[in-house]
Design a protein around this ligand. Structure first.
Ligand code: FPP
Length: 269
């Protein structure tokens, strides 16, 4: 949106304000994807059960959703539950699902006020019916919103998504000769959305953990040591400012010039 929208919620004179003023609003990442990690370690540091880390992580979710919307980010994707997360103790899985339901119920009004469209990517059909119902309510009630698209990746796996896309393409009767990267993208969960420009991972791990494998081909990756429950607006702004200092090359050469142009220019006297 704008600097003004952001400054409206930032205490004047705070480090957040300094960072907000460094953001170039003409070069925002269109899509930010986040691997929220470190909830368990955050809880362990406080001698609390792991689930308390997830509970505390909800405040970070709230802060990041609001900041992203105020910044003017088009798409925000948060990795909340992977297809591998079913291996966790049942009580932890149940708490995560309960937190998710509660989040949607409590935040729906805020999502509506901020014109945010809520979506789910993954295999939600394999979730418990009560969770599916709550998700459906959130999706349906925000469907007409035209602002930021907020994807929650739930029962999500990057490889599973590619398999699902291949199945959908086959079911749609796509001729293999007509299948290219653009057409294939239309069968992904994120069809119609830009690929993430910026992938953030908290808690210092250098892994992509089966997240958006197709879509992050050219994403800039920013890893912070901050554990997810401590991640706030300041960290997000820091990531955006760092992203804007990067030079994106998409496999090309340094600077926007083509190899041909660069050679010609270099040969000038
Ligand atoms: C990783 O930390 C975090 C998760 C598997 C779940 C993230 C979920 C939430 C923050 C709550 C629900 C989300 C929404 C969008 C409402 P970890 O448990 O792997 O941490 P560790 O690596 O320190 O053990």
């Amino acid at each position: 949106m704008s600097l003004e929208q952001l400054l409206a919620v930032i205490p004047p004179g705070s480090p957040d304000e300094t960072l907000a003023r460094q953001v170039n609003f003409d070069q925002l990442p269109a899509h930010i994807a986040i691997i929220m990690d470190g909830n368990g370690r955050w809880a362990a540091q406080r001698h609390l059960p792991r689930v308390e880390g997830h509970r505390a992580g909800i405040d970070s979710v709230r802060d990041v959703v609001e900041t992203s919307a105020r910044l003017g980010i088009d798409v925000l994707t948060l990795y909340a539950f992977s297809v591998e997360n079913w291996k966790r103790p049942l009580a932890e899985v149940n708490t995560l699902m309960m937190l998710l339901k509660r989040y949607i119920r409590l935040e729906l009004a805020t999502l509506l006020t901020n014109n945010i469209q809520f979506r789910v990517i993954g295999r939600p059909e394999e979730l418990a019916p009560d969770v599916q119902d709550e998700l459906e309510i959130g999706i349906r009630k925000t469907a007409a919103n035209t602002g930021m698209q907020f994807n929650i990746a739930l029962n999500y796996g990057g490889r599973a998504e590619i398999v699902d896309a291949a199945r959908r393409a086959m079911a749609a009767g796509v001729n293999p000769d007509d299948l290219d990267e653009r057409r294939f993208g239309e069968f992904l969960y994120t069809a119609g959305q830009p690929d993430p420009d910026l992938l953030i991972r908290t808690s210092g791990e250098m892994r992509v953990s089966n997240f958006l494998l197709w879509q992050i081909a050219y994403s800039e990756i920013w890893v912070t040591e901050t554990l997810w429950p401590d991640f706030r607006r300041r960290d997000l702004l820091e990531a955006v400012v760092a992203y804007q200092k990067r030079e994106r090359r998409y496999g090309g050469i340094k600077s926007a010039k083509s190899a041909k142009t660069a050679t010609a220019a270099e040969s000038l006297p």
